[in-house]
Ligand binder design. Structure first.
Ligand code: ADP
Ligand code: ADP
Ligand code: MG
Length: 461
C-alpha cells in the first residue's frame, strides 16, 4: 500500500530525520508530541501535529491508544516509530497493523523473535551465526544458572532479555556474586522493561563493537557494510564510525555475510542492525543482538554508501522491493559521528536541560549536523539527552578526523553544557587516531582526562 500520510511516533532529532525523508518522498507528515514538546522542531516542521498527552512518556510516547487515535483523527496511513519508545514493541507493531495502518519496520513476530535478546541468540545459532558462549535462551532457575556458569566460567555477563540502551547488564566475577546479582538484575529488568527475564554470556575482554546494517524487504536482504561503535560509556555509544578502521577485509566479508544470512533466515523486512563483538587478537566475532529499527548512528552508513536508509525503510514499508542489489552498495571513504548530548562531561555526564541561547551549526564539505535544536528552544528534562549528531565524511579516516575537529570548532551551543568538549580531545588522542580502542577503552580515558575536562569548564561550549 502506497503511504500518503506518515505519523511520526517519536521526538527529538530522529523525528526531524523521518519528516525530512517523508517530505522527499512526497508523503505528508503528522507529528505527535507530549505537552513538554509542543515547541519542538519536528512539531514546527510536520504538516500536522497532535498532542498525545502529558510529559511522562508512559502517558504520551508510549501510549499506544493515544497514538492510534491521533493516526485515525488525522487520516494517517502509516506510523514510523523511530528508535527507543515503541520502536521494538511487538504489540505496538501488531496494533498498528490491526488498525489497518502500515508499521514502518519489521512484523510484530520478527520483533518478538529478534527483539528478545535471549531468543535472538537462538535464532542466530540456528542460522549458523557465531554467538558469545552463554545460556541457551533464558535462565529459569538457580540450578540452570549454576550449570551455565560451570560450563563457561567467570567473569560472566548477566543480561536482561528485554534490555536495551546499555541498561540491564551486570558482570559477575564469581559464583557468590553471581547469585546475588542475578536476583538484583531480574528485579531491575522487571521494573525497567516490564520483563525480568535474564540470560548469561561469557565476558569478551578487549572486544570491539562492530555492527552490520541490513536492509531487507521480506524476500531479499542486503548489507550496507559495518559500523564500529567501540567508544562507549556505560555501554552507550558516544562516537561511531563507518567502516571499522582496522577490520581485515576477509573478516568484513564473513561478518557481513553472516548478518545477511541471519536477516534472510528470519525473512526480515525493513532496516535492521546486527551487533557483534569482535576480538582482534583471535579474529573471531560473536553475535550479541539485533536492533529491529533504525539506529542512532545510521548516518555514518549513509555517508559511506550514499543510501538514504530512512527513505528506504519507508519505501519498503509501503510495499516496494529493495531498490538495491548487493553489488550496487559501494562503501567509499570514512565517516564519523559524535553524539552531542545535554550532559556535562566535567561533572560525570550529569544531564542538564535548559534554553538554547545561541546556536551555530557547522557546515561545509562532508559535514552534516542532525539535530532537534534551534535558537530559543528549551530542552525539556524528561527524555533522552541527545541533542544532535555531528557527522563528517572524507575520503580517508585521517581526513574525516581533521574534518571532525574543524566542524567541532564551528559548532556552538550556548545555554547548556554539552558533550562537545570531549570530542576534540578524543580526536587528538593517539589511540583513537590509530583505531587502537575497545569497548572498555573510553571509561579509564575519561577518568584520566577528568582534570582537563574540568579546566575547560567555564570556557563554555
Ligand atoms: P543505538 O544502537 O541506535 O545507538 P541505543 O541502544 O543507544 O541504540 O538506543 C537508542 C535509544 O533507544 C536510546 O534512547 C535508548 O535509551 C533507547 N532504547 C533502546 N532500547 C530500549 C529499551 N529496551 N527500552 C527503552 N529504551 C530503549
Ligand atoms: P544493549 O541491548 O543494551 O545495546 P548489548 O547486548 O548490545 O546491549 O551490549 C551493549 C554493550 O555491552 C556492547 O556494545 C559491549 O560494549 C558490552 N557487552 C555486551 N555483551 C558483552 C559481552 N558478552 N562481553 C563483553 N562486553 C559485552
Ligand atoms: Mg546493543
Amino acid at each position: 500500500m502506497a503511504i500518503r500520510k506518515l505519523l511520526v511516533a517519536n521526538r527529538g532529532e530522529i523525528a526531524v530525520r523521518i519528516i525530512r525523508a517523508a517530505r522527499e518522498l512526497g508523503i505528508a507528515t503528522v507529528q505527535v508530541y507530549s505537552a513538554a514538546d509542543k515547541d519542538m522542531l519536528a512539531v514546527k516542521m510536520a504538516d500536522e501535529a497532535v498532542n498525545i498527552g502529558p510529559p511522562h512518556a508512559a502517558k504520551s510516547y508510549l501510549n499506544i491508544e493515544a497514538i492510534l487515535k491521533a493516526a485515525a483523527d488525522t487520516g494517517a496511513d502509516a506510523i514510523h516509530p523511530g528508535y527507543g519508545f515503541l520502536a521494538e514493541n511487538a504489540g505496538f507493531a501488531d496494533a498498528v497493523e490491526a488498525a489497518g495502518l502500515v508499521f514502518v519496520g519489521p512484523t510484530g513476530d520478527q520483533i518478538r523473535t529478534m527483539g528478545d535478546k535471549a531468543m535472538a541468540r537462538m535464532a542466530a545459532i540456528a542460522a549458523g551465526v557465531p554467538c558469545v558462549p552463554g545460556s541457551d535462551g533464558r535462565i529459569d532457575s538457580p540450578e540452570e544458572a549454576r550449570a551455565v556458569a560451570a560450563r563457561i566460567g567467570f567473569p560472566l555477563m548477566i543480561k536482561a532479555a528485554a534490555g536495551g540502551g546499555g541498561r540491564g547488564i551486570r558482570i559477575a566475577a564469581d559464583p557468590e556474586e553471581f547469585e546475588t546479582l542475578m536476583a538484583q538484575a531480574s528485579a531491575e529488568a522487571k521494573a525497567a522493561f516490564g520483563d525480568g527475564g535474564l540470560y548469561v554470556e561469557k565476558v569478551i575482554e578487549r572486544a570491539r563493537h562492530i555492527e552490520v546494517q541490513v536492509l531487507a524487504d521480506g524476500e531479499d536482504a542486503i548489507h550496507c557494510y559495518e559500523r564500529e561503535c567501540s567508544l562507549q560509556r556505560r555501554r552507550q555509544k558516544v562516537w561511531e564510525e563507518a567502516p571499522a578502521a582496522t577490520l581485515p577485509a576477509s573478516v568484513r566479508e564473513r561478518l557481513c555475510a553472516s548478518a545477511v544470512a541471519l536477516a534472510r533466515a528470519v525473512k526480515y523486512r525493513g532496516a535492521g542492525t546486527i551487533e557483534y563483538l569482535y576480538d582482534d587478537a583471535s579474529g573471531e566475532f560473536y553475535f550479541i543482538e539485533m536492533n529491529t529499527r533504525i539506529q542512532v548512528e545510521h548516518p555514518v552508513t549513509e555517508m559511506i554508501t550514499g543510501i538514504d536508509l530512512v527513505r528506504e525503510m519507508i519505501r519498503i514499508a509501503g510495499g516496494a522491493r529493495l531498490a538495491y542489489r548487493q553489488s550496487d552498495v559501494v562503501a567509499k571513504g570514512a565517516a564519523i559521528e559524535v553524539r552531542i548530548n545535554a550532559e556535562d562531561p566535567a561533572k560525570s555526564f550529569q544531564p542538564g536541560p535548559g534554553m538554547i541561547t545561541a546556536l551555530t551549526v557547522p557546515g561545509g564539505a562532508g559535514t552534516r549536523f542532525d539535530t532537534m535544536l534551534y535558537q530559543g528552544y528549551t530542552v525539556p528534562p524528561f527524555y533522552d539527552s541527545l541533542l544532535g549528531k555531528l557527522i563528517v565524511w572524507d575520503e580517508t579516516r585521517h581526513g574525516a578526523i581533521e574534518r571532525l575537529k574543524r566542524a567541532l570548532g564551528e559548532l556552538e551551543v550556548k545555554g547548556l553544557k554539552t558533550t562537545k568538549p570531549l570530542f576534540a580531545r578524543l580526536a587528538d588522542d593517539p589511540d583513537v587516531r590509530a583505531g587502537n580502542v575497545h569497548t572498555r577503552w573510553l571509561e579509564p580515558w575519561l577518568e584520566h582526562h577528568q582534570q582537563e575536562l574540568q579546566e575547560q569548564e567555564g570556557t563554555g561550549s
